[in-house]
Design a protein. Sequence first.
Length: 235
Amino acid sequence: MNVAELRAQLEEDLAWRLDELRHLRNRLLGDEIESEWSVSSMRAILVMQYAHLEGFTRNAFALYVSAINSRKMTAGQLKPQLLAAALGVEFDALRKNKGEHDDEDEEEGKLTRRARNHVSFLQRLQELTAGHLEISSDTAISMEMNMGRDVLRRCLYMLAIPIDEVSRAQYSSIEFVKNARNDVAHGSRKERISSGMFKSHAIKCEQFMKDLTRIITSAMSRQLFLAESDATAPK
C-alpha cells in the first residue's frame, strides 16, 4: 500500500463518519433554537461522536500498520516500538507468567514456568528477527480501555509517531467526549451540557479525525517507522 492509497482509504472512512454525524445533528437539533437544544439530543450525539472517534482512530491506525507490513521489512529496519508491538502476546505471557501449555502440566512450578516463558520469548524473538516482521495491529493499537488521552498516546508511541502531533486541546476534547459517553452509559450524566461546550468539543473532535488523516499520511510519507540508521541512509 503506497501513500496515495493509504490517504484515499483514510479519507473514504472519514467522509462517511462525518456525514453520519452531520445527519444526526441535523435531525436532532436542526429545527431547534440553540439555547433550547435538548439534553437527550446532545447526549445521543456525544455517544455517537465517541463511537466514530474510536472507530475511525482504530481503523486509521490499522491501515497504517497494514501499510507498514506490506513493505515486508525486517526487525532491524524498524523502530523498536514496532518490534515491541509484534511481541505483544509474548510480553503478556511474561507479565502473567502463563505459558502455552500450562493446562497440560499442572504440577509444573512457578519458577519452571517462568524459565519456559523466557525461552519461548527468545525463540519468538529469533523468529521475528530472522525474516520479515509482521506487526500485530491488535497489539499496537489495543484499546482495551475506552479511548482517551492515555490510550491514544500509547498507540501513537507504539507506532513511533510523535505524541505531540496531536494538540493538547484535541486530547482534552477526546477526554471530554469519552467521559461524557461513559457517564451516559452509566446513567450519571443527566445535567444539561451548555450548547457552547457541546459545539466546541464537537468541532475539535471532528478536526482531530481530519488531523489524524494528515498525521498518518505524513508518518508514512516521512517513513517514521524506520530505524534511525535506515531513515538516514542514502536512498
